[in-house]
Ligand binder design. Structure first.
Ligand code: PEP
Ligand code: MN
Length: 371
């Protein structure tokens, strides 16, 4: 059963006492705390570039056993040094009530729930129960699977436990498809979350989403263009030797260049600038939709080619008029409900049909094979 959205009782980011800079609000630090030296050196570099909130994974959810699974509780002492010596707020991932208890004991300033954990309501509930009565900020990463309701369910559990400094991190969704990023961005899901809960502070994690430092700029820019307020970026003093996620971390120096010289932050401090920001956000949304149209058209053509092969093997003609008439009538009926003019839909579907017939023709005539 789908529950109606209830407004979440949220403290805005400006009231969290951690993000003083204008947009974007940045959380940065290594994927994993590896050694005291690595933590301190990275924190020093990040402090120098004006970062306020330092992240470091203490317990790491790794795909395969035998990989570096995090330094555990001793690393929390290093985070305390970061707080004391550099005045940074510190954040880490929690995946159990035991992790929460250790974080609270060691004065961690903020926690986040990782993508694998958000997918598990038992664990989210356990974490929410362990956080009851505290006012520690909590960021919830999207679940690994593209399930908006599961993501929202995690927020509801924390909200019911009294957590009001609540935000989300978009880090993309696992996919078996070959795409250029490590995870499928599904910006449509992120936008749906934003439109259902506009009051919810929204971070994007370009490191985990892209899986490569080469994509951090483009993903961060898109996130800002869509109007999201924060970034969580992995940064390591020497990414090449990182014990986890070495390809997707920037040095503090590279992060400085990205934030100070590369990223374009749209301001909104005058009427015309506000217009600019709105129009840029709307265009960014259109871009997301256009990409998903292209993706859908590509998937459709691929299936058309498979059908072409199948027709060829079974010696069946390409054009099946009755099937096409039914498809067109259905498209027009559905389109009607969405306010799409009949002529427009007919033109679009005729063009799609033409491309399909052409692709199947090539297959049957032996000019091309299904790809
Ligand atoms: C992380 O932030 O280090 C992490 C494990 O991320 P995710 O949960 O997004 O995979
Ligand atoms: Mn990581």
């Amino acid at each position: 059963m789908i529950m109606a959205d209830k407004k979440l009782d949220i403290v805005p980011l400006s009231g969290w006492g951690m993000f003083t800079d204008p947009r974007p609000s940045v959380v940065a630090g290594p994927c994993s705390a590896e050694s005291e030296e690595q933590v301190m050196e990275t924190a020093k570099g990040l402090k120098e570039l004006g970062i306020n909130v330092f992240r470091a994974g203490i317990w790491k959810p790794r795909t395969h056993p035998g990989c570096f699974e995090g330094i555990g509780v001793p690393g929390l002492k290093w985070l305390q040094r970061v707080q004391k010596e550099y005045g940074l707020k510190v954040a880490t991932e929690v995946a159990s009530e035991k992790h929460v208890a250790e974080c609270l004991k060691h004065g961690v300033d903020m926690v986040w729930i990782g993508a694998r954990t958000t997918a598990n309501p038992f664990l989210v509930q356990e974490i929410a129960d362990a956080l009851k009565g505290t006012d520690i900020p909590v960021l919830v990463k999207n679940p690994v699977n593209p399930d908006l309701e599961l993501w929202i369910g995690a927020l509801e559990r924390l909200s019911r436990a009294g957590i009001r400094k609540l935000g989300v991190i978009h880090r993309g969704f696992s996919t078996f498809d070959k795409i250029k990023y490590r995870n499928d961005p599904h910006w449509d899901i992120a936008l749906e979350m934003r439109s259902r809960y506009p009051e919810l502070p929204f971070f994007t994690d370009p490191s985990h989403l892209g899986g490569s430092r080469d994509y951090i700029l483009e993903i961060s820019q898109r996130s800002l263009d869509l109007g999201f307020e924060g970034l969580m970026v992995e940064s390591h003093c020497n990414p090449q030797v990182a014990l986890s996620d070495s390809k997707q971390q920037l040095t503090p120096e590279q992060l400085k260049d990205l934030l100070h010289n590369q990223i374009v932050v749209r301001e909104s401090d005058s009427d015309s600038k506000e217009w600019r920001e709105n129009i840029d956000q709307l265009r960014a949304k259109i871009d997301v939709i256009d990409e998903s149209i292209i993706y859908s058209l590509g998937s459709r053509l691929k299936i058309s080619r498979q059908i072409g092969e199948y027709k060829k093997n079974n010696n069946v003609a390409i054009v099946q008029a009755a099937r096409w008439d039914a498809l067109m009538a259905k498209a027009i009926a559905i389109g009607n409900e969405y306010g799409l003019p009949e002529k427009f839909l007919t033109d679009v579907f005729n063009a799609i049909h033409e491309a399909s017939v052409e692709a199947q023709n090539e297959i049957i005539s032996g000019k091309s094979s299904e790809q």
